[in-house]
Write a protein that binds this ligand. Structure first.
Ligand SMILES: [Zn+2]
Ligand SMILES: [Zn+2]
Length: 454
């Protein structure tokens, strides 16, 4: 035991020499931060509701951005604006290294919000647009975190960057933010993001090391035959693209089962087929479109290669030809003139991969104050998420935060018009952001020493 104690004190001294400081030594605890966040629930919820009433899409976020800037002005956090059109980055701390970053997305979805007693007081004012993926909650949690961190700024010897990014829902806003330097000057060393998650109970969290969300891309095929009379034309010049297209759809089902190894995971889903206009006319062409997903880039590329081979060869076997468009991993597709179009127009989103150490630190910290039973190792899901563009550059943890509550009817899936947030989760998310940021700063030597300065 004595040897162990000696070893512990040696390790402690080594940590101190590296500048590592934990929250406890500063008289702070993760529990206390969670309590402080709870006490500002009303403030957080009021911003969430304001943002929910003003949903905007992709990069067209002028009202959203204005609300966030007003909140940052209110709490005295300086920020840089605009970045990636309507994105912005707040700074808390010295502006110097070490830098950790917290990220929220800002955009809503083209979904018509149904009337509901639960949300009628703050329903969308923009018909056909709705925060149906919880990004209103994400923004309010990050504002809450910024408010708490600003109150503790004297403890911060480095910097917390507060990142609000546009166009998560298919516009590669994360990529654009990276292009515009959000991760540099000085470089971000750890990054964290939270997504509200109706499939976990309110206030519980989950994530995993490695790929959490998938690489996501799409394909669109025009299978071209030769239209004509559905009876008289057969055998005398008509080439039926419907038979070819349906054969392609059937054969694509073999890619996952026959071309991936049992330990590889991926999806090919055909989600659209459009053809024909009359019962007695063979159409000239058939439109077929769908999505490819995988947790690893190389698996995605393998699936896509098989899809292309099957499409070409089956079409040829039926005397058809194909005009096809596939999204690509090539970042050049995002560097075209103007703002990037991203997925689904051109680019494949990379997988969102959690750094094992970053998630492990968050997990043990969260278990400490939330309780082990509320912190879950989850399986990856095949949804796409452009936090991936940050996580590719910086060791990161992307964490799912539960909002599922049967009594409050908040278990509808993301992107559903029925999607609702249990707002009890919002202060939990704000505290988690703060604890993740301060925990990482502590590890990186970015917290003030508990010892009085001499
Ligand atoms: Zn979404
Ligand atoms: Zn989302």
């Amino acid at each position: 035991m004595a040897v162990l104690l000696a070893l512990c004190s040696t390790l402690a001294a080594a940590e101190e020499a590296k500048g590592k400081v934990d929250l406890e030594s500063l008289g702070l605890s993760a529990e206390a931060i969670a309590e402080e966040a709870k006490s500002m629930k009303e403030w957080i919820v009021s911003y969430r509701r304001q943002l929910h009433q003003n949903p905007e899409l992709m990069y067209e976020l002028s009202s959203t951005s204005a609300i966030i800037r007003a909140a940052l002005d209110e709490i005295g956090v300086p920020y840089k604006y605009p970045i990636a059109k309507e994105g912005l980055v707040g700074t808390i701390g010295t502006g110097q290294s070490p830098v950790v970053a917290l990220r929220s997305d800002m955009d809503a979805l083209p979904v018509l919000e149904p009337l509901s007693d639960d949300t009628k007081d703050f329903a969308s004012k923009n018909p056909g647009k709705m925060h149906a993926c919880g990004h209103d909650g994400h923004m309010s949690m990050l504002l809450g975190a910024a408010k708490l961190l600003k109150q503790k700024e004297k403890l911060i010897k480095g910097t917390v960057r507060i990142v609000f990014q546009p166009a998560e829902e298919g516009g590669a806003g994360g990529f654009m933010m990276v292009q515009e330097g959000v991760l540099s000057n000085p470089s971000v060393e750890r990054m964290f993001g939270i997504h509200l998650w109706p499939w976990l109970k309110t206030g519980e969290i989950g994530a995993k090391a490695g790929p959490l969300l998938a690489a996501a891309g799409q394909f669109e095929l025009k299978v071209i035959g030769k239209g004509g009379h559905a009876a008289a034309g057969i055998g005398v010049g008509v080439i039926d693209p419907i038979v070819a297209a349906t054969a392609i759809v059937q054969q694509l089902q073999t890619v996952i089962s026959r071309n991936l190894s049992p330990v590889e995971e991926g999806i090919v889903s055909v989600t659209m087929i459009h053809a024909g206009s009359a019962f007695n006319v063979i159409p000239d062409s058939v439109l077929v479109a769908g999505t490819i997903r995988a947790f690893h880039r190389d698996v995605y590329v393998k699936i896509e290669g098989r899809v292309k081979a099957i499409v070409e060869s089956i079409a040829a076997a039926h005397e058809c030809r194909v005009e096809s468009v596939y999204t690509t991993f090539d970042d050049k597709c995002l560097e075209a003139e103007g703002l990037p179009q991203g997925f689904p127009s051109g680019c494949t989103y990379p997988p969102t991969v959690n750094d094992a150490d970053a998630w492990s630190s968050v997990k043990s910290m969260a278990q400490g104050y939330l309780g082990k039973e509320k912190v879950h190792e989850v399986k990856g899901t095949m949804g796409g998420e452009d936090f991936a563009y940050f996580a590719e550059k910086v060791p990161s943890a992307f964490v799912l935060l539960g909002i599922g509550n049967d009594e409050k009817n908040t278990t509808a899936g993301l992107h559903s018009p029925m999607f609702k947030i249990d707002e009890e989760a919002l202060p939990v998310g704000a505290a988690l952001h703060v604890n993740m940021a301060l925990g990482a700063l502590g590890d990186l030597g970015g917290l003030a020493s508990a010892k009085p300065e001499l």
